[in-house]
Design a protein around this ligand. Structure first.
Ligand SMILES: Nc1ncnc2c1ncn2[C@@H]1O[C@H](COP(=O)(O)OP(=O)(O)OP(=O)(O)O)[C@@H](O)[C@H]1O
Ligand SMILES: [Mg+2]
Length: 263
């Protein structure tokens, strides 16, 4: 694929004291963390803990009640900053446009923002789809795809945008184990090739440990801890301990699994 690493860099992300309530019910509570350029940060936590809401704030789709999100030291409240950086999200629901074909969905952003010459878009779309294991489905509509195929189309759509930061919300749910491995390999390859800052939300512990440079665990809108594997295993918060044990594959002990080395 024609990604040009020299033109790309991952952004630094800082989240400062982020709060958000819906109808008076707090959903994000004083969230603080930061991610280095090019890092893969994995966010884990139970259903309803605020993972998707947090991601929507990080790409500027929703505004917090208080607190700030900064990209390379500049607030994303400033619309110029949002325009300068390409921040993209692979939604939990895939969020494809049903009236458009697969090719139109994947190429839409490139076409509308005139990022690539129109004559190159077809080839880029095809390459993006091949990267996630899909061929000859360009002319199909989303209603003609399985859940897993939709997910992969949504990932291809994000990949071709050559983003500065990419957020994946449960990227391997609905995928069979083989395809889940292929997609997670692709997440790592894209991160290494382009240095794109990457956030992955997942329930799947094995996937989290395979992908992450660092992990954060959230519960009830509160980020309980962040750190590398050793740091989160040494965290003394009872819930963090329970959460890590509950999702454990008995065949692996924590020491069998290593997080990615940072270059
Ligand atoms: N638009 C909204 N209006 C009101 N409440 C919302 C809205 N979006 C999310 N919530 C609430 O915020 C909380 C966190 O939701 P969120 O979707 O972030 O959970 P999650 O951690 O992504 O869960 P899951 O793992 O099931 O996807 C939930 O209690 C949810 O009901
Ligand atoms: Mg969610």
């Amino acid at each position: 694929m024609s990604l040009t690493p020299s033109e790309l860099h991952g952004i630094k992300l800082e989240v400062n004291r982020l709060n958000r309530s819906y109808k008076g019910v707090p959903v994000l509570r004083d969230i603080n963390f930061s991610i280095k350029p090019g890092e893969i940060f994995v966010l884990m936590g139970p259903s309803g803990s605020g993972k998707s809401v947090l991601l929507r704030h990080l790409v500027g789709l929703e505004r917090p009640d208080s607190g700030d999100i900064r990209i390379d030291d500049q607030s994303i409240q400033n619309p110029k900053i949002r325009d300068r950086y390409r921040l993209t999200m692979v939604f939990q629901s895939s969020a494809l446009l049903n009236s458009l074909t697969v090719a139109q969905n994947v190429g839409l952003y490139l076409k509308e923002h005139r990022i690539k010459p129109p004559e190159e878009i077809d080839a880029i779309v095809r390459q993006g789809l091949e990267l996630v294991g899909l061929r000859n489905i360009e002319d199909r509509f989303p209603s003609e795809l399985s859940g897993g195929m939709k997910k992969r189309v949504a990932i291809a759509r994000a990949l071709v945008m050559e983003p500065h930061m990419i957020l994946y919300d449960e990227p391997t749910s609905e995928l069979d184990p083989l395809m889940a491995t292929l997609v997670s390999d692709e997440i790592i390859k894209l991160n290494r090739r382009t240095g794109v800052t990457t956030i992955v939300v997942t329930h799947e512990r094995e996937l989290a440990f395979r992908l992450a440079h660092r992990i954060g665990i959230i519960r009830g809108g509160e980020l309980l801890c962040t750190g590398n594997l050793e740091e989160i295993y040494n965290d003394s918060t009872p819930f963090v301990k329970q959460f890590l044990i509950a999702g454990r594959n008995p065949q692996n002990s924590p020491t069998d699994i290593t997080l990615q080395e940072h270059d």
